[in-house]
Design a protein around this ligand. Structure first.
Ligand code: NDP
Length: 271
């Protein structure tokens, strides 16, 4: 019986993780299975327990369960604790280890796939949900000139910024008028509904990169806005998806797969 892994979410049918991990397994010669598990919204824990009972060794966790996965873990990585969200669980005896690989995924995508150093850059992060929380610490570790956070519901972002001891500045969308950034990251779910975060024009500095964590759409409203507002480079979140998966694979299997070919194939498949 091969080692068993899965992605748990609701919905989960759209997830590309089984495809990505199957490619990683082939490439590294690992014998494993990786399936999609649809958990009823009030049965995340039970779904995980059933999977463990039938021999499962680890799961990726996606919407809306990253907070519940954080609560379920009996041991946490530092980055998961900082994010208060878990996207990777590893089952070891009675221990449930929780980690968050989203931030490493974003940083690796920026650095290796997009050739974009974060050090010294003025970075604007939009959103204060699970995805934004997951990437703040890894972004700060790259030593940007500064990291600014904007969110539709100001209180949520203000609380988040305060919890980070002043290392992140919170501003309202309106207060972004007149400010410029080298990297603008959309970590909101606005693109999912075809919406655009209320960004004022002029936030993209000369040579700026606009990055939307959303993937699978030809061009999101955010990327279309960025293009018309003068951003020099546009990127979606497909690279982040593949890179966070590679980091999960490393946690489970102790091996880092090569992401370039997998990303190229996925990109072709959604073109
Ligand atoms: P959450 O539901 O936790 O947070 C959503 C955030 O989006 C909140 O800050 C919310 O603001 C904001 N928001 C929603 N609609 C709008 C809008 N119309 N205008 C402005 N802000 C808005 O979601 P996640 O953080 O988990 O996910 C966010 C996105 O990141 C999703 O699209 C997800 O698919 C993507 N993602 C991609 C990954 C990848 O590997 N590429 C990995 C993880 C996530 P408010 O607080 O005001 O409600």
């Amino acid at each position: 019986m091969p080692d068993q892994y899965a992605v748990i979410g609701n919905p989960v049918a759209h997830s590309k993780s089984p495809q990505i991990h199957a490619e990683f397994a082939r490439q590294t010669g690992q014998e494993l299975t990786y399936e999609r598990l649809l958990a009823p919204t009030d049965h995340f824990k039970a779904t995980v327990e059933t999977f463990i009972a039938r021999g499962g060794l680890g799961v990726n966790v996606t919407l809306p369960f990253k907070g519940e996965a954080f609560d379920l873990a009996t041991r946490l990585s530092e980055r998961a604790r900082a994010a208060q969200a878990v996207n990777t669980l590893k089952f070891e005896g009675n221990t449930i280890f929780g980690d968050n690989t989203d931030g490493a995924g974003l940083v690796n995508d920026l650095a290796h796939n997009l050739g974009r150093a974060i050090a010294g850059q003025r970075v604007l992060l939009l959103g204060a949900g699970g995805a934004a929380r997951g990437v703040i610490k890894p972004l700060l570790e790259q030593q940007p000139a500064y990291l600014t956070l904007a969110n539709r519901t100001p209180g949520k972002a203000r609380d988040l910024a305060q919890s980070l001891d002043g290392r992140v500045e919170f501003v309202s969308y309106a207060a972004l008028t007149g400010m410029q950034f080298d990297i603008v990251i959309n970590a909101t779910s606005a693109s999912l509904t075809g919406a655009l975060p209320p960004l004022p024009p002029g936030v993209f500095a000369h040579g700026a990169l606009a990055y939307d964590m959303m993937y699978g759409m030809r061009e999101t409203p955010f990327l279309a806005f960025a293009r018309s507002d003068g951003a020099a480079a546009l990127a979606d979140g497909l690279g982040m998806l593949v890179e966070q998966a590679a980091e999960s694979f490393l946690i489970w299997r102790g091996l880092r797969p090569d992401t370039a070919l997998v990303l190229k194939r996925l990109r072709q498949a959604i073109a």
